[in-house]
Design a protein around this ligand. Structure first.
Ligand code: SF4
Ligand code: SF4
Length: 147
C-alpha cells in the first residue's frame, strides 16, 4: 500500500480575502507566546496587557485570540481586514493546510464550504502542504476522528 497522501497531486488554494475565516463564528485562533510578544510590541502594549485585552485560555490550556461580541476576530476590521496581517499567528498563515482539513477528501470538502479559496488558484505541492500541516499552529484535533 502506498504511503502517499490523498492529496499527492497537490491542492489548489488562493485566498479571495473574503474574511469568512476571520469573522462571524466562534473558534480558536491559537497564539504562541513568541507571537504574543511580537504582537504586543507591534501594538505598543506590554505582554500582560496584551493578554488581558486580546487573548483567552482554551479548554486545553493553550492561548487563543479573543473575539468581538459578533464573533469576529479581535483583530478583524470590516474596513481594513486583518489589522495585524504581517504578524498574524501561525494558525492563520497555514490555513487551509491544517491537519483537520487534510484528514480526508471529505474533511477538505467540508473546509471548502466555508472558504471560497479552496480549489482555486495556484496548485500547492504535497510536500509543502505536509510541511505546513505538520506545524499548523492548531490543536491538531480532527473532527470525527477517534479520540
Ligand atoms: S475564508 Fe478562505 S478565501 Fe476567505 S479570507 Fe479566509 S482563507 Fe481567504
Ligand atoms: S489574526 Fe488576522 S488573519 Fe488571524 S483570524 Fe484574526 S483577523 Fe483573521
Amino acid at each position: 500500500m502506498s504511503d502517499a497522501p490523498w492529496y499527492e497531486a497537490g491542492l489548489s488554494f488562493a485566498c479571495t480575502r473574503c474574511g469568512n475565516c476571520c469573522t462571524g463564528q466562534p473558534g480558536e485562533v491559537r497564539v504562541s507566546e513568541a507571537e504574543a510578544e511580537a504582537l504586543a510590541a507591534h501594538l505598543g502594549v506590554d505582554l500582560a496587557d496584551f493578554h488581558e485585552r486580546f487573548t483567552r485560555h482554551t479548554p486545553d490550556g493553550a492561548t487563543s485570540l479573543t473575539e468581538k461580541a459578533n464573533f469576529d476576530c479581535v483583530f478583524w476590521s470590516a474596513r481594513d481586514g486583518c489589522t495585524v496581517y504581517a504578524l498574524r499567528p501561525r494558525q492563520c498563515r497555514t490555513w487551509p493546510f491544517w491537519r483537520r482539513n487534510l484528514a480526508s477528501p471529505t474533511h477538505w470538502a467540508e473546509a471548502a464550504r466555508g472558504c471560497p479559496g479552496l480549489g482555486r488558484g495556484a496548485l500547492h505541492p504535497a510536500e509543502t502542504i505536509a510541511e505546513l500541516a505538520a506545524d499548523d499552529g492548531t490543536s491538531g484535533i480532527v473532527p470525527g476522528a477517534p479520540g
